[in-house]
Design a protein around this ligand. Structure first.
Ligand SMILES: [Fe+2]
Ligand SMILES: [Fe+2]
Length: 143
């Protein structure tokens, strides 16, 4: 096994401060590393398809967790965040399909895309509801 962590290194700045979510984000980063490693090792389409399928499944679970959280705390931008999740799920499904049909010449494109998307989404989008939640909690504590 090659050093998985060198491809997508977890950075403390990705922590949004909500433990359950941070744990899931770490797991997602780990899964992108696993995907990359499998591609790098030249694994066959069956193995890669399974890894990709696992990633898609866990991504769905993660989005559900976030959506439940946002709803529970009345996050005002819930709908637009959910739409971003929907788009991403469709995108990953499409990539998986293309991959299975052998329409992707360089599979590392997939892990590169997932890595870039995840970083951007955590830092720009997930941070928003985390900030909202923390601000709300603080103001409730101050009442
Ligand atoms: Fe997230
Ligand atoms: Fe999200």
């Amino acid at each position: 096994m090659i050093q998985e962590q060198t491809y997508f290194q977890w950075d403390e700045k990705y922590n949004i401060g909500i433990e359950e979510i941070d744990m899931q984000h770490r797991r997602l980063v780990q899964m992108v590393n696993e995907l990359y490693s499998a591609m790098y090792a030249g694994e066959g389409r069956d193995v890669l398809g399974d890894v990709l399928g696992g990633l898609l499944l866990y991504t769905k679970i993660h989005f559900q967790t976030e959506e439940r959280f946002m709803k529970k705390h009345d996050f005002p931008e819930f709908i637009s965040h959910q739409q971003i999740h929907e788009k991403m799920k469709a995108r990953v499904l499409e990539l998986k399909k293309k991959f299975e049909e052998d329409k992707i010449s360089n599979p590392v494109q997939i892990s590169n895309f997932l890595k870039a998307w995840l970083i951007k989404h955590i830092l720009k989008t997930d941070m928003k509801y985390a900030y909202f939640y923390k601000t709300k909690k603080k103001s409730e504590a101050g009442k």
